[in-house]
Design a protein around this ligand. Structure first.
Ligand SMILES: O=C(O)C(=O)C[C@]1(C(=O)O)C=C[C@@H](O)C=C1
Length: 390
């Protein structure tokens, strides 16, 4: 493998990873029938956490053509992993929800991959998730996923949505292409600064470099200043580039930490369009955590549906009927899936976050119900909510 121990303290670059043989999970999902389908079909599997054998409220079977809001009987005694469909006794022991943030017992620091260079917001998020961790920079999101899969690091912390800019679609797509588990979330208040080299004034600037999300979050300020925007891989990388090339007509939108690291002046602070600018990051690991009920949990799933009137309404009703609160829904195109026979519409994957632990009977019933009519369903993780004040 090209990425080796030598890469331990240097940035992980995707080009280095590409020389390695792709694992089956690196491949693009081809269609719903080619996905690993632990939840698909009409077979009733038990969930990893124990469930009672009558399977829920009504115990009745529903009609798959017009799914009624009823719960099926549980007929199969086996226990399967949510994600892989492998019998759970054959899987590595998952982390418990209290273990997931503890440092390793041998005193070594947890290695946490993030996308960007030093001074990126993602680095701060990694450090917020795991104080005293070794934050490992990666040039692309994909490299951070691969770094975890190849045991180069222990975790990855990647942005998934921002309160102003919206979803980071690339990471939704990568969640499905890779086999990692969501084991936590981190919310980070993002306060952007306009940075420039020493002696440069705002009036001297013609262009500004930054991550597309950061540029979107500062839309109003940058429009008022009349600056031409140029998108780069990360905010701190923009600052580094402007500093290294000693540009006099170009600024960067980045953090105050990046200004200090790359020796730049801060021309303006808090230039985001709203002072409440928050980015939510996901913490990814090779193994899932055991969902608990000792504190508020969230569960993230992805599913696809048969086409037809009310299909999404019925899918979401499995949660509404059980008073389960949804916190996020995102739809993404189902790639490599030919257009439907009528050629008039696309196929979608729906990513849903809901406020319940997979250890809750209610959540298990909801997913068992959804699996009756979903053409694909995967649990991406069940993890504690980040309830810290920003
Ligand atoms: O460029 C950075 O500093 C990042 O950490 C990336 C990122 C993102 O992808 O959304 C993270 C937080 C901010 O929302 C802006 C950019």
């Amino acid at each position: 493998m090209a990425a080796s121990i030598a890469a331990r303290s240097s940035a992980i670059s995707i080009s280095r990873q590409i020389t390695a043989k792709p694992s089956p999970s690196d491949r693009e999902p081809r269609s719903t029938v080619n996905f690993p389908q632990p939840y698909i079909g009409r077979r009733n599997v038990r969930l990893l956490a124990s469930v009672n054998s009558n399977g829920g409220a009504t115990g009745g079977k529903s009609d798959s053509k017009a799914p009624a809001l009823e719960i099926p009987n549980i007929e199969d005694d086996s226990t399967y992993d949510f994600v892989s469909g492998v019998p759970s006794h054959l899987l590595p022991k998952p982390l418990s929800s209290t273990q997931y943030s503890k440092p390793a017992s041998d005193g070594s620091r947890l290695r946490v991959a993030y996308q960007g260079v030093r001074g990126a917001y993602s680095e701060s998020a990694a450090e917020k998730a795991y104080q005293n961790c070794e934050a490992v920079p990666c040039d692309q999101f994909d490299a951070a996923f691969q770094a975890v899969e190849r045991w180069l690091v222990d975790r990855a912390v990647l942005p998934i949505e921002n309160s102003l800019g919206g979803s980071i679609h690339r990471n939704y797509d990568l969640l499905l292409r890779h086999r990692l588990h969501i084991v936590g979330e981190v919310k980070l208040a993002v306060r952007h600064c306009l940075l420039a080299n020493h002696g440069v004034k705002v009036e001297d600037l013609k262009r500004v470099l930054s991550h597309p999300q950061a540029l979107a979050q500062c839309e109003n300020t940058l429009t008022k200043l009349g600056l031409v925007r140029e998108a780069v891989d990360d905010t701190a990388g923009a600052a580094k580039d402007v500093a290294l090339r000693n540009l006099k007509d170009t600024g960067a939108v980045a953090s105050s930490a990046a200004a200090a690291i790359y020796g730049m002046d801060i021309l303006a602070e808090d230039i985001q369009d709203d002072c409440d600018n928050v980015t939510r990051f996901l913490i990814l690991a090779r193994e899932p955590i055991i969902p608990g009920t000792d504190r508020p949990f969230k569960t993230s799933i992805v599913f696809s549906l048969e086409w037809g009137p009310g299909a999404l309404f019925k899918a979401l009703a499995v949660f509404a009927l059980r008073q389960i609160n949804l916190t996020k829904i995102e739809s993404r195109p189902l790639r490599n899936q030919p257009l439907r026979s009528s050629d008039t519409c696309f196929d979608y994957l729906f990513y849903v976050d809901f406020e319940a632990s997979m250890a809750d009977q209610n959540a298990q019933n909801a997913l068992r119900h959804l699996k009756e009519f979903a053409t694909f369903l995967r649990v991406l993780g069940s993890y504690p909510l980040d309830t810290t004040m920003l």
